[in-house]
Ligand binder design. Structure first.
Ligand code: AVJ
Length: 320
């Protein structure tokens, strides 16, 4: 029946859904169980994340935007005229708009796995920046991809805000930085947002908000497995938990099974003990020193650094 399900999967699913199916089965077969955080972001999950960014406890988004706005002139001055800005994973455009207003770009190259999202974002940007050349690239930015030929002669500036790098294991973060340096080429610069280590209570509150939006966001990955892969997760049978693991410098999000239960997915039986966890996300936090060491170890030279007055979040300029 496992074989039949695999065949069925190959026939019924498009390529992204098949990848989701493979990763879900693989992660849920591990001990301890896990799911990759990139699957949080379907339409429902992206809307929930947008809501998270406006929560009083969730400081990263507003703090990074504050740094960009406060330091826009300084940051803009570091971006060469006519540069191509390559954004790894195009999200909300508020941060980008701040940059656009502070420098004279030759082109904007958003790179994202969702082509639909890229096109909608490009259309919205064109209204406000009609002169800006936009060349969207539909690709998984964690793997090597080519830049459009139209930007070949332009200076390159990578943009990776939001502390998305925090979702990578340290070895993956190093791999990403190396690959970004190769993609952007010699003489490039990388502007990257990195969340900083801080008081446990502040970190805990940011991932255990009082309104329960983060819990919904976390549980949505199970809802998505049900919707797209035909699983039968009972969402009420799992509870959201986020803890700060100080030894490993990371917030861990888990979904804890309330009871002993068996879930069915693509012909498999997935059994849970009462209290058993699915590890759904790690969000690594860095000190400035540890991030600079990671950057140097990945071939980059730290050039400039900006933080907010409370030292909550950092924005780094690295040179290739
Ligand atoms: C988008 C990865 C930066 O780790 O803070 C927010 C995702 N998870 N609340 C983060 C997230 C739970 C977020 N990143």
């Amino acid at each position: 029946s496992v074989h039949a399900a695999a065949l069925d999967t190959a026939q019924r699913f498009d390529e992204p859904t098949s990848a989701f199916a493979r990763d879900a089965i693989e992660g849920l077969s591990k001990q301890p169980k896990q799911l990759p955080p990139k699957y949080f972001y379907d339409a429902e999950g992206s809307a929930l994340f947008e809501q998270i960014t406006g929560l009083p406890e969730y400081y990263p988004t507003r703090t990074e935007l504050g740094i960009l706005r406060q330091r826009a002139a300084e940051i803009g001055a570091m971006i060469p005229q006519g540069a191509a800005l390559v954004e790894f994973g195009a999200g909300s455009t508020a941060k980008l708009r701040t940059l656009l207003s502070a420098c004279a770009l030759g082109a904007y190259v958003p790179v994202d796995i969702s082509g639909d999202f890229l096109n909608a974002q490009a259309a919205a940007l064109r209204l406000d920046f009609p002169e800006l050349a936009i060349y969207p690239v539909t690709a998984d930015f964690t793997a090597p991809f080519g830049l459009p030929h139209t930007v070949r002669e332009m200076p390159k500036v990578g943009f990776f805000p939001g502390s998305t790098i925090g979702n990578f294991e340290p070895f993956e973060a190093c791999g990403f930085l190396r690959s970004a340096r190769k993609i952007l080429g010699p003489g490039a610069m990388l502007l990257i947002g990195v969340d900083l280590e801080k008081d446990d209570r502040v970190l805990s509150a940011a991932y255990n908000d009082a309104a329960g939006v983060t819990a919904k966001f976390n549980l949505n990955v199970l809802a998505r497995i049900n919707r797209e892969l035909g699983g039968d997760f009972d969402l009420a049978a799992f509870v959201h938990r986020a803890i700060y693991n100080r030894e490993r410098h990371r917030i861990e999000m888990h979904l804890i099974s309330r009871t002993a239960q068996t879930v069915h997915l693509l012909g498999r039986n997935i059994s849970f003990r009462a209290g058993e966890s699915i590890h759904t996300e790690s969000s690594y936090k860095y000190s400035v020193e540890r991030f600079n060491a990671l950057a140097r170890g990945s071939g980059w030279s730290p050039q400039a650094l900006w933080t907010d007055p409370d030292g909550m979040f950092s924005l780094h300029a690295l040179a290739a």
